[in-house]
Design a protein around this ligand. Sequence first.
Ligand SMILES: [Zn+2]
Ligand SMILES: [Zn+2]
Length: 157
Amino acid sequence: MKNELKISIANLDSRGADYSGILTKDFLILPEHDTVQLISDIEYNLHLTKVIGGVLISGEVSFEYASNCGKCLEDYEQNIDKRIDIFLDEPELNEIDLTEQIREEIALALPDNSICSEDCQGLCVACGKNLNHEQCECEDDFEEESPWSALDNLDLD
Ligand SMILES: [Zn+2]
Ligand SMILES: [Zn+2]
């Protein structure tokens, strides 16, 4: 467990090698007031290959974050698997420091506008009910009459 990502490439060749591990969640320090927060450690699975002129880094970083949905205002958590493709043109180094690049990739994967799910229904603008959980009366006004509404008018005596 660590909060920086440095990889020795002294023995790296064109066949490449796999590097995987865990970065602690303080690897990415987000502002305290930010509505998006990492809630898991960051798992990385990278494949490094030495190529002409540099090093090719590909793979994935996975983590979980928590946020507050901008539509329905509920807290939610989400897993992210962020694809990594980086070319580093410093082939002379014995060790490469990917800390900044990976931090950037994670920051890019976090949402600017948090939405709990693509089909979040949000809140009713009229009554404020969370439409993911319940239907409200106001919305019925905009819809066609349901087949059951005719029953309301029946005299069942
Ligand atoms: Zn939502
Ligand atoms: Zn409503």
